[in-house]
Design a protein around this ligand. Structure first.
Ligand SMILES: [Zn+2]
Length: 73
C-alpha cells in the first residue's frame, strides 16, 4: 500500500521546509531553485547533502504538513 505524497521536504536557507506535491520527476531540487513552501515563504533550495538534512525542521511547515496528512496532534 502506498500513500500519495502530499508534500516533500527540502533543505533551504538553514532549515528543512516542506513543499507541496511530490518531487517533480522524483528528483531532488537543484541548488538555487526557488520554491514555495508550506509555511508560505519563497525560499532558495540548497543542494541536498548529508549535512543540510540535519538542519532543523521548519516548525510552520511541520504544522501544515501534519494537517495535510490528517494528523490530529
Ligand atoms: Zn517552512
Amino acid at each position: 500500500m502506498t500513500s500519495e505524497l502530499k508534500h516533500h521536504w527540502q533543505p533551504a536557507e538553514q532549515q528543512r521546509h516542506a513543499v507541496a506535491g511530490p518531487l517533480p520527476g522524483g528528483k531532488q531540487h537543484g541548488a538555487g531553485e526557488r520554491l514555495d513552501t508550506l509555511c508560505g515563504r519563497r525560499v532558495v533550495a540548497a543542494a541536498s547533502n548529508e549535512l543540510n538534512w540535519l538542519w532543523p525542521t521548519c516548525d510552520s511547515c511541520m504544522e501544515v504538513a501534519k494537517e495535510r496528512v490528517g494528523a490530529t496532534t
